[in-house]
Design a protein around this ligand. Sequence first.
Ligand code: PBG
Ligand code: ZN
Length: 335
Amino acid sequence: MREGSFPATRLRRLRQNANLRELVRETHLNASQLILPLFIRHGSGIKQPIASMPGHFQWSVDRLADEIHTLSRLGIRSVILFGIPAQKDPFGKDAYSDSGIIQTAIPVIKEAAPSLIVISDVCFCEYTDHGHCGVVASHDSRGNVDNDQTLALLAKQAVSHARAGTDVIAPSGNMDGMVQAIRQALDEAGFQNLPILSYAVKYASAMYGPFRQAAEGAPKFGDRRTYQMNSANVEEAIRECALDIAEGADMLMVKPAHTYLDVICRVKQAYPGLPLAAYHTSGEFAMLKAAAEKGWLDERHGVIEILTAIRRAGADMIITYYAKEAAQWLASSDV
Ligand code: PBG
Ligand code: ZN
């Protein structure tokens, strides 16, 4: 296309009023594209505020139904679940127990809102006493997770979530072969139609700090750099995606989101046919909340701008702690 030149061309002509601007909008942000994370713990009557994540709570299962009804009213159609077990141990047994926290919560959520999409995060860091995302040899002090031993446990966890009635399995532990192991186990258990949303491109990031407090899953020693990706790399992200697609991933994810828009864009261009999620993480949420609380930026406009940018980069859906507020802002006309 050849651009005309001034004065024949004036780009401000199409910016003159709100309806005209909406008519020529390229990127749309809807509540139906937002996925809200929920933290669930054992016990009863609990709605425990998470200090570093204002407006977010650890819920006990008996308190969930009210919250789920609120989400439905706001137009939120998907949630992703994280569980805090009653007991942690080296193998994270609560994660694959049929009476585990997630397995208990899923039927309650599905009963409160049968059409709400329940996505289950599948990982071990919330469940292990050492806080790593899989099995760690007892002599290891760096957190070098045993990949292949972890695969069998991830498969068990995924199948137990499937039996509890989850709608999507989302493995987040960055183990090699995790999608294949889970796909095979689901198929063998009769869940051929249960989709996998792979955290295919997950970086070792400082942006997970508040989450680790919320989910009580910070590593007790070492860090996650032997399994999560180096934030310096993007070519490797494409390889991660290729492998996960070959293993049977139905949807891909990039995480974090705001500082990885280039990665989102590259992945979407490389695999335009696969639905792509982006995780606007706890740290990204906390930065905005803190600045907003200080009055240093306009929260509403800032959040809508950032979520729209994540969509513009190529994400089809966004996991965000702002889902509730954004849904309300989007429902009122002046965002
Ligand atoms: C667990 C998991 C983490 C997040 C989602 N799943 C934490 C981590 O890898 O340390 C982070 C989410 C967030 O920060 O909002 N594997
Ligand atoms: Zn983990």
